[in-house]
Write a protein that binds this ligand. Structure first.
Ligand SMILES: Cc1ncc(COP(=O)(O)O)c(C=O)c1O
Length: 368
């Protein structure tokens, strides 16, 4: 008799799972400050909590496709509700967009470093990730991305501000890629947190191959409720609607998002917390000799602590001992001793700077 493993499709069998273990560890250790997953450390507003509580009274009923929410999101981007498809977080969006374009054996161009979810969902869907290293200062290598396009290329991933580097993409570079005609997934998960809020959603009318991703997990701070959305040509939206699972966004989540969108003051406050916090972290880190904080436009800062001669995993463990979770960065195109820290509220940022400065001192003392 065959084992059940022999029935599993090869691309699922051979793919590495995206590990969410760090999240479970964080939930088991609530006393350790969560600065590892680019969450917003400001809790949801009272208005959002009230809206969720009210919606939960109708929790016996299936949600719809969120037409009121889609209309508001579309109009905010100069489009309509027909240009919006909601996802259970933008991770769900990433998955249904890949499933729409990519068949087993098809190629998907992905820069590196970037959000690791793109590669793992491409693999799970049977696609072949074609990895293009960024330039040394972490801007995308547009020319090499274009050169990598073949008959088999079905999708290109871009992210601006890019996770984990915080880098922005120039409009003319995006246009150069869009001109190739291949579908482009342009991830604006952090766009509301830029010093100057820039979006490329306006290009959708000119380039129907552009798919813009957004999320409520970052600036709005609703990661636990899971809401992402895609802005795209309405014909494309119809195909995404075929692929996505119906009722993928819950009734309380739709209510939370509607309440959140009404509350502009709350977004302004959260933006201010992140913008001031990242400036503080960057400035303080760059005061430490030999350690470098990359400029960032997201709610995170990429830090090169290679000079400490510790691996990123060792640095993570040492910081956990000091009460803070950070995210070790490793991979083919990222240096040894790099990590990413999420910008929190000022109190958390100060604790991070204090703990990390202390660690640097301890390591340097030992080295002498
Ligand atoms: C670039 C990028 N896109 C999407 C996501 C996923 O967000 P969501 O919570 O909407 O699934 C993240 C999360 O860290 C991210 O960094």
């Amino acid at each position: 008799m065959k084992t059940f493993e022999e029935f599993i499709v090869p691309w699922v069998m051979n793919s590495e799972p995206y590990s969410a273990k760090h999240m479970d560890i964080a939930w088991e250790n609530p006393e350790i400050i969560r600065m590892m997953s680019n969450e917003n450390l400001v809790p949801p507003s009272k208005k959002v909590v009230e809206a969720i509580t009210k919606a939960s009274l109708q929790g016996n009923l299936y949600p719809g496709s969120g037409p009121e929410l889609r209309k508001k999101l579309g109009e905010k981007a100069g489009l309509t509700g027909e240009n919006v498809v909601l996802g259970n977080g933008s991770t769900d969006v990433i998955n249904f967009v890949i499933a729409t374009f990519v068949a087993p054996g098809d190629e998907v161009i992905i820069p590196d470093p970037t959000f690791s979810m793109y590669k793992s969902r491409v693999l799970i869907n049977g696609g072949i990730p074609v990895i293009i290293p960024t330039h040394s200062e972490y801007t995308f290598d547009v020319q090499n991305m274009i050169k990598a396009i073949t008959e088999k290329t079905k999708l290109i991933f871009l992210c601006s501000p890019n996770n984990p580097t915080g880098t922005l993409m120039r409009e003319h570079h995006l246009i150069e890629i869009l001109e190739q005609g291949v579908p482009v997934f342009y991830d604006e998960a952090y766009y509301e947190l830029q010093d100057e809020v820039i979006t490329r959603a306006g290009l959708i009318k000119r380039y129907p191959n552009l798919v813009v991703n957004r999320t409520f997990s970052k600036a709005y701070g609703l990661a636990g409720f899971r809401l992402g959305y895609v802005l795209c040509d309405e014909r494309l939206a119809n195909y995404f609607n075929r692929v996505k699972i119906p009722w993928n966004v819950s009734l309380p989540t739709i209510a939370a998002a509607l309440a959140q969108l009404e509350d502009e003051a709350d977004l302004e406050y959260k933006r201010k917390v992140v913008i001031e916090g990242r400036k503080y972290i960057q400035e303080e880190i760059n005061k430490l000799p030999g350690i470098y904080a990359y400029p960032s436009q997201g709610n995170f800062v990429l830090i090169d602590a290679g000079i400490l001669y510790k691996t990123a995993l060792e640095l993570r463990d040492l910081m956990v001992e000091k009460g803070i979770f950070i995210r070790p960065m490793s991979g083919a195109h990222i240096g040894k001793g790099f990590f990413r820290v999420t910008v929190g509220q000022m109190e958390e940022n100060r604790k991070f700077i204090e703990a990390f400065s202390e660690l640097v001192e301890e390591i340097n003392k030992y080295k002498k």
